[in-house]
Design a protein around this ligand. Structure first.
Ligand code: ZN
Length: 234
């Protein structure tokens, strides 16, 4: 009899935990409504020690970000980058070591961009499909050679300059509009701190936080190589 009760109890526990697992899976499922407001949070120059903190906030809020990484930081962040890609965040190319790409030779340009993609592929098995040139500097000739869509931004938090979580937060919340591509850097404690309050607040205001590629896809815009994008309206 005791044995029977034990078996029944175990069965009940099994059924109960299975239900919880199903519920958890449903709960993390992400559904984007193309008719509702959406913005893309983008982070340049990393990964750094602050990137995991930003990722935690995005993951906890069922949101995705875009990270324009520098090639020189890839090797020491292999595991992190692999997890970021698995979690559905987007990785973009931000050159190897943050050179002004309009001021270097074609050969160097190739090394800066293709070399960074090669490193990412070795580290994670993935190459980038979008890029953001350092300082946003680009020209028609360069864009043709690079053969990637050039992603700039429509809302600049100037986080590298102010290094103040409150200012970064206000720069976003006072100016944000549907379709924005928001520029930040995952290099500073103040940026991570701002993200912790900005992400839940944006969601509360009805914004969906999507990657750059998702933003374009959900709004029916094709990302074309060599073309410059500042927001979903170009
Ligand atoms: Zn940069």
């Amino acid at each position: 009899m005791k044995k029977k009760i034990l078996i029944y109890s175990l069965l009940l526990i099994m059924i109960f935990t299975m239900n919880i697992q199903t519920f958890a899976a449903e709960n993390t499922q992400r559904v984007i409504n193309p008719n509702k407001p959406m913005v893309a949070l983008t982070f340049d120059d990393g990964p750094s020690q602050y990137t995991p903190r930003i990722l935690d906030v995005l993951n906890e809020n069922n949101s995705k970000g875009t990270f324009f990484v520098v090639g020189s930081s890839i090797n020491r962040n292999k595991e992190l980058l692999t997890v970021m890609i698995e979690d559905g965040h987007e990785i973009g190319n931000h050159s190897y070591n943050h050179k002004d790409l309009t001021a270097i030779s074609q050969e160097e340009l190739y090394r800066q961009i293709v070399g960074t993609d090669d490193l990412l592929e070795i580290a994670t098995g993935h190459r980038t499909t979008i890029m953001r040139p350092p300082y946003g500097r680009n020209n028609v000739e360069m864009n043709k050679i690079l053969y990637k869509p050039i992603i700039l931004w429509s809302l600049d938090t100037r986080d590298w300059e102010n290094r103040n979580a409150e200012t970064i937060k206000n720069n976003i919340l006072d100016n944000v509009k549907d379709g924005d591509i928001i520029l930040m850097h995952d290099l500073y404690d103040s940026t991570a701190e701002a993200v912790e309050t900005v992400v839940p607040e944006l969601i509360k205001r009805g914004y969906q936080l999507v990657t750059v590629s998702e933003l374009m896809e959900y709004r029916g815009l094709d990302l074309v190589s060599g073309q410059v994008y500042r927001d979903m309206y170009k």
